[in-house]
Design a protein around this ligand. Structure first.
Ligand code: NAD
Length: 376
């Protein structure tokens, strides 16, 4: 079976779905690998490095023509090169842009969504949302640190004492927890808040203070560990209570997301205006609309002296390791789908009885087959 790795075409995308080091494993499992010329360059991987691991480097059209399975970071919806029976695996944004999934279905291609990977132990090494969130949390803090006109650590020097930066992390999931550790390593004083009370201990174990709001949020978590959406009255009270913490912070990093919904607004204009001039907000939810009312994706907004950054694709700012981690996730998923002797077959075998397959499979045989996405 031939596996293709095209160059990503999404604006600003620097990652590549599979790195050269992972090609050797694919070849060893009996797959033939074709890579588009220049596919890894933006992430630091040369065509030569792919060839050295046993891949053929070919023009784009040939990747799509030759491959039974196409591995992508962004499974470009409606790529005209897709054809019936061909399998595509990548981030497909099925809950955010469900219409586009129909376009892929119309090509007859079989599309798998990396976003819908179930959060079960068996699928942990295929969980690309978590690996990309790890990178986003790390990079978000570095962006804040280089923008802030202050240092992060406390220093006692002959020229006086420097007080540590106060960093507030809103949303303590995978990205938020990584942001906490990164900010702590830089010496900041860190506070964090999440609507799921279950994360309190994790926050504390990383050396940050958990901000407790006397809010009723018992029903805050779904069975997959994701936050549930709350009503507007809840968000309003949450913002009122958070104003004081925000006003006392030099840096606020927001990471709050609800699967399939726009990001909740946690920072209003009023809250931004309560921050001291020079403060920095990094909104890691920018791609989903942002947690801050004033965020403009990929623009630097300065509002009354407060800088608001909303990088829409933070993992693409760390393309080498983002690609390395994604590559591990997607090739493990592919190996799972192939099973024992799938590599010898002409097309990707589909086992609808398998939970991982069922949860991630979006289109097949011209139809959108995922019930939730079909309903949307
Ligand atoms: P996410 O990216 O969907 O959301 C980020 C965080 O924002 C979450 O912690 C969420 O609770 C929080 N949030 C949402 N609304 C909020 C609000 N109004 N105020 C404050 N915070 C809000 O989630 P994620 O980081 O991908 O994952 C969440 C959790 O899922 C993880 O912390 C972990 O416990 C669990 N998880 C499990 C597995 C697994 O079992 N394999 C893998 C990854 C994550």
């Amino acid at each position: 079976m031939k596996v293709g790795i095209p160059k990503e075409t999404w604006p600003g995308e620097t990652r590549v779905a599979v790195v050269p080091a992972a090609v050797a494993g694919l070849v060893k499992s009996g797959l033939e690998v074709v890579v588009e010329q220049g596919a890894g360059i933006a992430a630091g991987f040369t065509d030569e490095a792919y060839r050295a691991q046993g891949a053929a480097v070919v023009p784009r059209a040939e990747v799509f023509k030759a491959s039974a399975v196409v591995l992508q970071v962004r499974a470009t919806p409606g790529d005209p090169a897709l054809r019936s029976g061909q399998a595509v695996i990548g981030f497909a944004d099925p809950l955010g842009a469900p219409q586009a999934i129909r376009t892929v279905a119309a090509t007859g291609a079989t599309l798998f969504s990396m976003e819908l990977m179930p959060r079960i132990t068996r699928a942990q090494s295929m969980d690309a949302l978590s690996s990309m969130a790890t990178i986003a949390g790390y990079k978000g803090v570095l962006l804040a640190a280089t923008t802030l006109p202050r240092m992060f650590p406390m220093l006692m020097t002959a020229a006086g004492t420097i007080s540590p930066a106060h960093v507030f992390i809103m949303g303590a999931g995978v990205a938020g927890l990584q942001a906490i550790s990164t900010a702590r390593r830089l010496g900041a004083k860190v506070e964090a808040y999440d609507v799921r009370p279950a994360v309190k201990e994790q926050v504390q174990s990383l050396g940050a203070k958990f901000v407790e709001l006397p809010l009723e949020s018992a029903d805050s978590e779904d069975k997959g560990g994701y936050a549930k959406a709350q009503d507007e009255a809840f968000y309003k009270r949450q913002r009122e209570m958070m104003l004081k913490v925000v006003a006392a912070s030099d840096v606020v990093i927001t990471t709050a997301l609800i699967p399939g919904k726009p990001a909740p607004i946690l920072l209003t204009r009023e809250m931004v205006e309560a921050m001291a001039p020079g403060s920095v907000i990094v909104d890691l939810a920018a791609e989903r609309g942002g947690n801050c009312e004033l965020t403009k994706p990929d623009e630097v907004v300065v509002h009354q002296g407060v800088t608001i950054l909303g990088p829409s694709n933070p993992p693409a700012l760390v393309p080498y390791h983002a690609s390395q981690m994604y590559s591990k996730n997607i090739t493990t998923f592919l190996a799972h789908l192939l099973g024992k002797d799938g590599a010898a077959q002409p097309a990707l075998p589909i086992n609808p009885d398998d939970e991982i397959t069922r949860e991630t499979l979006l289109t097949r045989g011209g139809e959108v087959v995922h019930p939730r996405v079909r309903d949307l």
